[in-house]
Design a protein around this ligand. Structure first.
Ligand code: GLN
Length: 382
């Protein structure tokens, strides 16, 4: 075969795949890739089976099962007091990642600039590059990973098409305050920039805090594509069901891409989610307390180690500073941690370019207590 040029020459395999594979090879406790080690609600699983038996086995409508889109619209109304049109403003996607990819392809033209706040989730930049755009990276401020809106403003130029925000933020756990929404609206007012908001951890905000998402802000709601994830909320990441909410005009463009990337998402899963969201609204309401208890338990365990917990306001991730444990760079450190100590974590530097010289790893605490206890014991021995 003749040599052909790669479209993504600098991209390797995602860090989540690499670390989960390494964890499996070494039988390590896997706190790297973000997913629960417990099951979805039994009733939700039952509903999937019931819908399969009842015949929901062929293609779902391209934009998503209408009952599911209606359940999502109901939820947005309950949370943000905003009425969303299920028909024209919601698209069900194969997880948050597909929604992000399609949103970027739909709005970014060759030569456009897209602002990413780093550490930035690993799929953002490749999506931008495949659309012919250029990523402009703005670092979040340390130690709390809040947004430096002055720097964002100065990064915005005539070619800025999109600003990608992620709240609550993976990997840091930082969450927007109301004033961040105001600052974001200020920053893009009078420009052509749109917002892509990755809000897949929207129901995991702790310590009594609220989720400040784009749909809670009139101006931002009018120019944002908001991505969420049913897999994250309902402990079913492997089902790959998410959605994107955007004004009709943007949704039309998004669907032009979605219909050729995915066409439509698994019917029985969508039907089951529609029923379950309507039957059990308490699930999402209890999620923050459920995960906050896990966060606190895990931080208690880390308190008996030489790792130092950073504050985590949301998501199911916990950053820990390991500078008292090792001088190794984080990529090498997480390899050794997995192979020699049996606990897998995600190195944080891989989400920034160039990688900052900090000693931080990300642990996922969406695990049963026994898993966290076992990991805590191993980490305490280092
Ligand atoms: N969002 C998950 C994480 O941050 C990973 C999802 C994936 O591996 N594609 O760990």
């Amino acid at each position: 075969m003749r040599r052909f040029p790669s479209k993504l020459p600098e991209v390797g395999t995602t860090i989540f795949t690499v670390m989960s594979r390494l964890a499996a090879e070494h039988s390590a406790i896997n706190l790297s890739q973000g997913y629960p080690d417990f099951s979805p609600p039994p009733r939700l699983v039952e509903l999937v089976g019931a819908h399969m038996r009842a015949g929901a086995n062929q293609y779902a409508p391209m934009p998503g099962w209408l009952a599911l889109r209606e359940a999502v619209a109901q939820q947005v109304l309950a949370i943000h007091r905003r009425s969303i049109c299920a028909e024209s403003e919601i698209t069900v996607t194969a997880g948050g990642t597909e929604a992000i990819f399609c949103a970027v392809q739909a709005v970014v033209h060759p030569g456009d600039e897209v602002i990413l706040l780093e550490p930035a989730y690993d799929s953002y930049e490749p999506s931008v590059r495949l659309a012919g755009g250029t990523a402009v990276r703005v670092p979040l401020m340390r130690p709390r990973f809040d947004v430096d809106w002055e720097r964002v403003r100065s990064a915005i130029g005539p070619r800025t098409r999109l600003l990608v925000v992620n709240t609550p933020h993976n990997p840091s756990g930082a969450a927007f305050a109301r004033c961040d929404l105001e600052a974001l609206a200020d920053a893009i007012r009078g420009t052509d920039a749109l917002v892509l908001a990755d809000e897949v951890y929207e129901h995991m905000v702790y310590d009594g805090g609220l989720h400040h998402g784009m749909l809670g802000h009139e101006e931002l709601a009018g120019r944002s594509l908001v991505v969420s994830s049913l897999g994250k909320t309902y402990h079913a990441t492997g089902w790959k069901v998410g959605y994107c909410i955007a004004p009709a005009e943007l949704t039309r463009e998004l669907r032009k891409v979605h219909q050729f990337v995915q066409f439509s998402v698994a019917s029985p899963l969508q039907a089951a989610f529609a029923d379950f969201m309507t039957e059990a609204p308490a699930h999402r309401l209890e999620l923050a307390a459920f995960y906050q208890a896990k966060r606190d338990h895990f931080c208690g365990l880390l308190g008996r180690t030489r790792f130092r917990c950073r504050p985590s306001a949301g998501t199911y991730f916990q950053l820990a500073d390991y500078s008292a444990v090792s001088d190794l760079p984080d990529v090498e450190f997480t390899r050794r941690l997995t192979i020699e100590h049996g606990v897998a974590a995600i190195p944080v530097s891989v989400f920034s370019a160039p990688p900052p010289a900090e000693r931080l790893v990300r642990f996922c605490f969406a695990k049963d207590e026994a898993t966290l206890d076992a990991a805590g014991e191993r980490l305490a021995q280092i």
